[in-house]
Write a protein that binds this ligand. Structure first.
Ligand code: MN
Length: 229
């Protein structure tokens, strides 16, 4: 038995210290996980976490410097620098300790956002997909296995555009830690190996235009470099 069309390619990420690659299943994204960013979006930092998703095909392997095209139907493409978690295990109703056991590794990622389309959808109570889940909306850098770097709970997270710092914060300022967020999410959905979670962005989000170069890094995790074409 074959397929009636060629099967879609599996999105994969590079892994530090390995020739093998991490296959991406689902991408969950945490909304508003830094208080100062929640405020700049007009929200209340005490709200419980909420999630949206991107398709695995939105991943751009940014283990090395890469370029992405400026997407259609927007005039306000925003950068959101985020800590990315990749799961090697899973399960339902995970304790925080079990959630960390399920983590394969960490990376630096960008939750690229068509902010104009996101806000238009939000204001009408419509889904966020056009604003968040478009092609190449999830560039993710080299995965660092937790067996090598542990589980980062603090450290600078920053993004500069054309050498100018736009976003800077510290992982310790996340409202919901990785362990708390995974535990919470696992009550709603059984987590699986291959799941990727983007853990929210700090304040300072803003627009990029063709020709801009975004360079981000998280202390103890690594970096990412993405040019917009
Ligand atoms: Mn985000």
């Amino acid at each position: 038995m074959g397929y009636v069309i060629d099967p879609p390619a599996i999105a994969t990420l590079g892994v530090a210290g390995s020739e093998d690659r991490f296959p991406v299943g689902r991408i969950f994204c945490v909304g508003r996980n830094y208080a100062a960013h929640a405020r700049e979006m007009g929200g209340d930092e005490r709200d419980p976490p909420f999630y949206f998703m991107k398709p695995a095909a939105a991943v751009v392997d940014a283990a090395h410097a890469v370029a992405i095209g400026y997407p259609p139907m927007t005039n306000n493409l925003h950068h959101e620098i985020e800590l990315v978690v990749a799961l090697g295990g899973g399960g339902s109703n995970l304790t925080e300790a079990q959630a960390l056991q399920a983590v394969f590794g960490y990376a630096v990622g960008l939750d690229m956002t068509r902010r104009d389309l996101q806000f238009a959808a939000r204001d009408k109570g419509r889904p966020w997909e056009f604003g968040k889940a478009f092609a190449a909306s999830a560039p993710i850098g080299m995965l660092q296995p937790a067996s090598r770097i542990g589980h980062p709970v603090g450290g600078m997270i920053m993004l500069e555009v054309n050498g100018q710092v736009r976003q800077t914060s510290d992982l310790s300022l996340m409202i919901w830690s990785v362990a708390e967020s995974l535990s919470f999410l696992s009550r709603y959905e059984a987590l699986r190996p291959g799941d990727v979670i983007m853990n929210g962005t700090p304040e300072g989000v803003g627009a990029v235009v063709p020709g801009d170069v975004m360079r981000g890094r998280i202390d103890g995790v690594g970096g990412i470099e993405v040019r917009v074409e």
